[in-house]
Write a protein that binds this ligand. Sequence first.
Ligand code: NAD
Length: 422
Amino acid sequence: MVKYNPWDMACHQLDIVAEKISLDQGIHAKLRSCKRALIVSIPIRMDDGSVHVFEGYRVQHNLERGPAKGGIRYHPNVSLDEVKALAMWMTWKCAVVGIPYGGAKGGIICDPSKMSIAEIERLTRRYTSEISIIIGPEKDIPAPDVNTNPQIMSWIMDTYSMNIGYSAPGVVTGKPIEIGGSQGRLTATGRGVMFVVEEALKHLKILPKNCSVAVQGFGNVGSATARFLHELGCKVVAVTDVSGGLFNKNGLNIPELLEYVKTSPRKVIAGYKGGDFESNCKKANEELLALGVDILAPCALENQITKENASKVKAKIIAEGANGPTTPEADEILYQKGVFVLPDVLTNAGGVTVSYFEWIQDLQSHFWQLEDIDKELKRIMTNSFKDVVKISEKEKCNMRLAAYILAVSRVAHAVKLRGVFP
Ligand code: NAD
């Protein structure tokens, strides 16, 4: 089997759209490379007194439409190519929803589940110091991603502020409310997934109350997606996370499961009694991806629906809460099968959209009510869905290609307007 490389996949997706829209060769070449990639070594004193050197990255793919924006991931499988791909996807995501940012991403190769809170804090603070030469409220604004959270964003904000000598809340989003965070940011990505699914159901003339749902991943994105789809009236029949999978064809009690995970020591679904539990994560995912549900929401990691398992997918709609969960080969198989795939760059853009609201609030020191955030988020997600559907109907192509046509055209236009320096 050819080893999966997210950067090759991201470039391949760009090449497809470049051909489709006859993209200028120079602009294509520019968008096929990242503007900046910083590799940092992060020496940390561990709790046992030893020093461990971690490797971290911050990549800015494109800055033509505004400062760079993108999350920071802590995971053993982080690689430079993964971070580059995620940065490129951020460029497209910000362009699809029309917010004035370019794309960036960061990551550290580490396993936070094997580290103490104090070690994670030292890792975060040293990493922030190392990347502080390229981040800043006007330059590049990080946010949470896999295994990072509001507490980690607080340490980033504090470290950056200590280094420059004054508080700079606008350097990072996804912070706690008390230090300049936004109402609604914690659940924004899942809420955005729900708004896009709601529009898709209207488009396909399906009632939410007739829908069953399976969600892969029960972290920030997966748990909020499950919660809001449940509140929309759908029946969530399966969820998986790193500890295994829960299945209940009559519908899981999502509010109860959310409460259970919040209070469980490892913050996982294992041990919850309201469904059949499969403790082998690989087996649980295989079962979940092939379930006969209406909506499948991959909300964990990339490379989950591949050419090996795409033909087994029975869902009518795939709502990509995660970034890059479907490979290009799988996309083609799903399109042929008539599965309506809601692509990541559209579907999970609610997180960066509310991050944008948070950044505006920080810069203005003026904070909005939750109703205003939700209303504005709904407007942006709904309009973006409609923009993408319109292109997919006009070009007779799948929703991913349509979203890419919209995004790449917007970025290419900005590149053209700004010209080539010098
Ligand atoms: P998270 O760390 O909060 O949660 C990740 C979840 O995935 C956890 O429940 C974990 O147990 C689960 N998981 C890990 N490996 C798994 C496996 N093999 N099978 C099933 N579940 C597994 O991360 P998150 O912030 O929810 O991010 C999830 C995805 O969403 C990532 O692709 C991320 O890039 C993307 N995303 C996140 C945001 C955001 O605002 N946090 C925004 C847009 C996209």
